[in-house]
Design a protein around this ligand. Structure first.
Ligand SMILES: C[S@@+](CC[C@H](N)C(=O)[O-])C[C@H]1O[C@@H](n2cnc3c(N)ncnc32)[C@H](O)[C@@H]1O
Length: 397
């Protein structure tokens, strides 16, 4: 943890007031009580003294800041809309280097507060958090519901130990568990709310079972790879929940739900070639609503686009494929060309799947993410448009 007072010219009050105003202006905080929480749960108590800051916006600070070398920059970065990397490569990397796979962080305030507003915890509630990380969110939840109401689970022993130290030093004492959050915490159930702070592709039934009917579960839902959506579910009974999407939220995934993506370029010669009249740019730049529908119609596919010498290509990779050669596809468009070149390899035809899903989305009237919702029951998970009884698509298990 860094020094407790900023250098001359900065005060914690001034830095917090700046961040508060910034989050209000961006619409990330709309309720005054969360501005009070930001003031009363100091974020600097949950950050390492040297850390890598990963900006949430182009205008936020990014890079390594050390409280001893560049104190003013470190303090300004803490009180800006950045996430702070606190672990890489599950503990084997140097988190202050910015290298490796980020495996734990203090989430960016512009992502944390919209989730808290969506969860809407009230004094006296019992809340379960999945992914303690630094402990900052657990402290904000404790501030909102009271010390005894919060249970927080962290899978990583080292991260959990530091979170406990941060929380105690800041004066908070939620119930902390080291373990797999996918199982929830049955001995502390029922919960009024569950706040998941790691990306989820498969929603565990345990969270629904352990939440009261009428209770709320919020999570970053990554049904199709890197793109995450803010999802709020309302629990109807011990096996059923229903809810809608409320915006974007990209998170690091739950450990057991991480995905792989691979590009098997050595298979290029064996790939199938064809042409299409569909311009890949319309798909590569499709709205997030189209990508949401792809979670059902073209599941487990990651997208990348490349612009080179004014040629536009979209690359599609299969996720979660542990076979030797994951399926992939590319579609290339040269300016002025009537036809675009399609290359597809593997047991799936990813371009065919994704372009068909995109055309289906156009046929539906190009709906935005806010018109979609999810229903979960023992039969499975369904994505629906506008209403649970409207058009719907089963999501793969
Ligand atoms: C983005 S960080 C959470 C940020 C945290 N809420 C905070 O305020 O600092 C995600 C955390 O989820 C943890 N995690 C990943 N999979 C988990 C699991 N199955 N159970 C519990 N925690 C998990 C990671 O180790 C990481 O610390």
């Amino acid at each position: 943890m860094g020094a407790l007072t900023p250098p001359d010219g900065q005060t914690v009050e001034g830095l917090t007031a700046w961040l508060s105003g910034h989050l209000r202006a961006r619409g990330s905080i709309t309720e005054p009580r969360w501005e009070r929480a930001l003031r009363e749960v100091p974020r600097h108590r949950f950050a390492p003294s040297a850390a890598w800051f990963s900006a949430n916006h182009a205008d936020a600070p990014r890079g390594r800041f050390d409280v001893h070398d560049t104190p003013a920059a470190w303090w300004a970065a803490i009180y800006s809309d950045t996430s702070i990397v606190i672990q890489t490569d599950d503990g084997s990397g140097d988190p202050a280097s910015g290298k490796g796979v980020f495996s734990s962080s203090v989430s960016a305030p512009g992502i944390v507060f919209p989730f808290l507003e969506l969860l809407n915890p009230r004094e006296g509630d019992r809340v379960l958090e999945i992914g303690t990380g630094s402990g900052w969110t657990a402290a904000l939840l404790s501030w909102a519901v009271g010390q005894d109401g919060v249970t927080s689970i962290e899978v990583d022993q080292q991260v959990a130990a530091q979170a406990e130290a941060n929380l105690r030093a800041a004066g908070f004492s939620p119930h902390l568990v080291v373990g797999d959050g996918v199982k929830g915490c049955p001995e502390r159930a029922p919960f009024d709310g569950v706040h998941v702070t790691a990306g989820v592709s498969q929603i565990p039934l345990a969270w629904i079972e352990q939440t009261r009917p009428g209770g709320t579960i919020v999570m970053p839902w990554h049904g199709n790879g890197r793109i995450g959506y803010r999802l709020r579910l309302t629990v109807l009974d011990e096996a059923t929940a229903i809810g809608r999407f409320h915006g974007r939220a990209d998170y690091m995934m739950l450990r057991e739900q991480r995905y792989n993506q691979r590009w098997s370029s050595h298979c290029h010669k064996m790939a199938e070639q064809s042409t299409t009249a569909v311009n890949p740019r319309t798909i590569g730049e499709a709205a997030v609503g189209a990508r949401l529908l792809c979670a059902a119609l073209a599941p487990h596919v990651a997208w990348h686009d490349i612009i080179e010498d004014s040629e536009y290509s979209v690359l599609l990779y299969e996720l979660d494929d542990h076979t030797a050669e994951g399926s992939w596809a590319a579609c290339d468009h040269a300016p002025g060309a009537a036809e675009c070149r399609v290359t597809q390899y593997g047991r799936r035809r990813l371009w065919d799947e994704v372009s068909a899903a995109y055309l289906e989305w156009l046929t539906l009237g190009s709906p935005g993410y806010e018109r979609f919702g999810l229903s979960i029951d023992p039969a499975g998970t369904r994505l629906w448009l506008d209403h649970p009884d409207g058009p719907s698509w089963e999501l793969p298990a």
